[in-house]
Structures are given as structure tokens and as C-alpha cells.
Write a protein of this length. Structure first.
Length: 109
């Protein structure tokens, strides 16, 4: 269940971040409420994840997936198109998450 909980945490964090943008500095009450609730859900499920998944792996996947999803959604919705340097950086983040998950022995329970 750890990986299912991690997916829920990631999606919640992405929703929270999008709502944070829409809240306009917490000046819009609905978006602000969505932001706070989504982040609470994200951290709750992340707390469940780290019971069974090593914290380094969980955080690497959580933050890496969040970065990729937010960047992709921001490009589509907000027309915030990443430049080549940003794309290379994102590719390196993804590569780092893969290396941690596939090759690192220090990240096991």
C-alpha cells in the first residue's frame, strides 16, 4: 500500500501547488482552502508511506514526480514553458530518482 499512498500524496501535493498559484497569495478563499486541505492530505499520506518505504526513496519519488507534474501542468495551463536548461535539470532529477530506486542499496529498510 505504500506506493498507492505515495501516488495519493503526489497527486494531493500537485493539487495543493496548483491551488497555491490560484490563491494569489491566499487572497482567494476557495483556492486557499483547497491548497491547505490538499497539502494536509499530501503530508498525511506521505507519513503513511514512510512507515513502509525508506524515507529517502519516498521523498525522492514524491519530490521528483511533483516537479515533473507541476512543470508539465504549468506549461499547459499557465504557458510557463521550460527552457532547455530546465528540461535538462528535470531529466537529471528523473535520472536521480531512477538511480536511487534501482541501484542504491543504502536506501533499503
Amino acid at each position: 500500500m505504500g506506493w498507492v499512498y505515495l501516488a495519493i500524496a503526489i497527486v494531493s501535493e500537485v493539487i495543493g501547488t496548483l491551488a497555491l498559484k490560484a490563491s494569489n497569495g491566499f487572497s482567494h478563499s476557495v483556492a486557499s482552502t483547497v491548497c491547505i486541505v490538499a497539502y494536509c492530505i499530501a503530508f498525511y499520506f506521505l507519513s503513511l508511506v514512510v512507515k513502509t518505504v525508506p524515507v529517502g526513496v519516498a521523498y525522492a519519488v514524491w519530490s521528483g514526480a511533483g516537479i515533473v507534474l507541476i512543470t508539465s501542468i504549468a506549461a499547459l495551463w499557465f504557458k510557463q514553458i521550460p527552457d532547455l536548461a530546465a528540461l535538462i535539470g528535470i531529466a537529471l532529477i528523473i535520472a536521480g530518482v531512477v538511480v536511487i530506486n534501482v541501484f542504491s542499496k543504502s536506501m533499503s529498510h
